[in-house]
Design a protein around this ligand. Structure first.
Ligand SMILES: [Zn+2]
Length: 207
């Protein structure tokens, strides 16, 4: 029997339903009745290998997540344009009152590679959106054959943390002690998680 990727996911959903609706229905019932109140927001990459809920073994209700290309936070720009990531940050910080925001990067990021290698400007594969989006991380970028793309990716996490400070209500929450920011970076090659150390302005492996 041929199994399509969609069949695989539908079968996976049956497993989810068995766990959360049949074996432990009280947990989901509480989430429905009281609503969500996650303590942690994660800003992660869209990369299929770096799903924050899978990486952290999280339960439904634990994480408020926004994912985009290269887990970038744009600067605060209240200009009336469409800002999906900024809207999610507003929802998480102002609406839900999350206590922690984690920016989660990862090794081998395709968005970072595109930034390092330069945008393809012509032809049918020309970027319409990715190139412009990735300029958020321009300051972290060292181009050329000897560029360490993972170092650029970690630098992009630090830029996103700095950009979070440009949102006035993030700054207010930080000053009031209601919010903490964290920069993490997942190394796919050896399964380690790195943490940004603000005083060192560098990343260290955790544990
Ligand atoms: Zn990525």
């Amino acid at each position: 029997m041929v199994t399509t990727p969609i069949d695989r996911l539908i079968a996976g959903f049956k497993g989810f339903r068995a766990t959360y609706y049949e074996q432990r229905p009280e947990r989901f019932q509480a989430l429905i009745e009281r609503g969500q109140s996650p303590q942690v927001m994660i800003i992660a990459c869209s990369d299929s290998r770096a799903d924050p809920a899978i990486l952290t073994n999280a339960e439904p209700g634990e994480l408020f997540i926004v994912r985009n290309v290269a887990n970038l936070v744009p600067p605060y720009e209240p200009d009336g344009h469409y800002h999906g990531t900024s809207a999610a940050i507003e929802f998480g910080v102002k609406g839900l009152g999350v206590r922690h925001v984690v920016v989660l990067g990862h090794s081998g990021c395709g968005g970072v590679r595109r930034l390092v290698q330069g945008v393809h400007e012509d032809g049918p594969h020309a970027d319409e959106f990715v190139g412009t989006w990735m300029t958020i991380a321009n300051q972290a970028c060292k181009r050329g054959h000897d560029a360490d793309e993972d170092a650029v990716g970690r630098g992009a996490v630090a830029i996103s943390l700095a950009n979070l400070h440009s949102f006035p209500w993030v700054r207010d929450a930080l000053l009031a002690g209601r919010l903490e920011l964290h920069g993490w970076w997942f190394d796919l090659a050896n399964g380690t998680l790195w943490r940004y150390d603000e005083t060192l302005d560098d990343f260290q492996p955790m544990g």
